[in-house]
Design a protein. Structure first.
Length: 223
């Protein structure tokens, strides 16, 4: 597993999945990362809320289909009661209802369970830093949904005039559904440079997350 630079703050993570055969090995693998402390493993949403209340917790890696309280309801409760705790969904389900339900409840990331351990660790770090991370398949489904429901470009909030050509290019690539790594490869720059462009772009345009960036790109005719 690729590790972050030395001196990076350790992240306190709760792993939630109702299947012990998934939950326990995943917690054990994540705990090998030098910057991740798995502080609790939960079998349902109620146990997640209890673990976060006992705190401190930075990120919850959340399954969706769990007994007692499912992941969407737990995410909604966390967003209302513990807004500083980021949620990254990790599930086998990539249907529109699950994706939109989780993101609408406040999840900051959404991965399917075929994601690699390094991808999961990167998503946890990104979520803790306030960034949204979506599985490529999830981004594709979200993009298709947004294309159907997005307003016509003329009725959408225009992009600010002070966006640089590179920032517009990055927004267009987000609109295509590319993750940061894909954007970096397309533009022949580093992922760190892409993150800088995205942070500047989001700040200038008042964009809150990647899903909104996709909508704005489509409405502006960039994707």
């Amino acid at each position: 597993m690729t590790e972050p630079a030395a001196g990076t703050q350790r992240l306190k993570v709760v792993v939630a999945d109702d299947q012990a055969a998934i939950r326990e090995p995943l917690a054990a693998v994540l705990a090998l990362a030098e910057d991740i402390d798995v502080v609790a493993a939960a079998a349902n949403g109620a146990e997640v809320l209890a673990a976060v209340a006992a705190g401190p917790v930075d990120v919850v890696l959340m399954d969706l289909r769990m007994p007692v309280m499912d992941g969407i309801e737990a995410t909604r409760r966390l967003a209302a009661e513990h807004p500083d705790v980021a949620v990254v969904v990790l599930t086998t389900f990539a249907d529109d209802d699950s994706i939109l339900g989780a993101l609408g409840a406040g999840a900051r990331g959404y991965l399917t369970k075929n994601a690699g351990r390094q991808d999961i660790a990167r998503a946890i770090r990104a979520a803790a830093a306030g960034q949204s991370v979506l599985d490529r398949e999830v981004q594709g489904r979200l993009l298709a949904t947004v294309r159907i429901t997005a307003p016509a470009p003329a009725s959408a909030q225009p992009l600010p005039e002070d966006l640089t050509p590179r920032e517009r290019e990055v927004l267009a690539l987000i609109g295509e559904g590319l993750p940061n790594r894909g954007i970096a490869q397309r533009l022949f720059v580093s992922e760190a440079t892409v993150k800088t462009h995205i942070n500047n772009l989001f700040a200038k345009a008042g964009i809150r997350d990647r899903a909104e960036a996709v909508r704005r790109a489509i409405a502006a005719g960039l994707a």
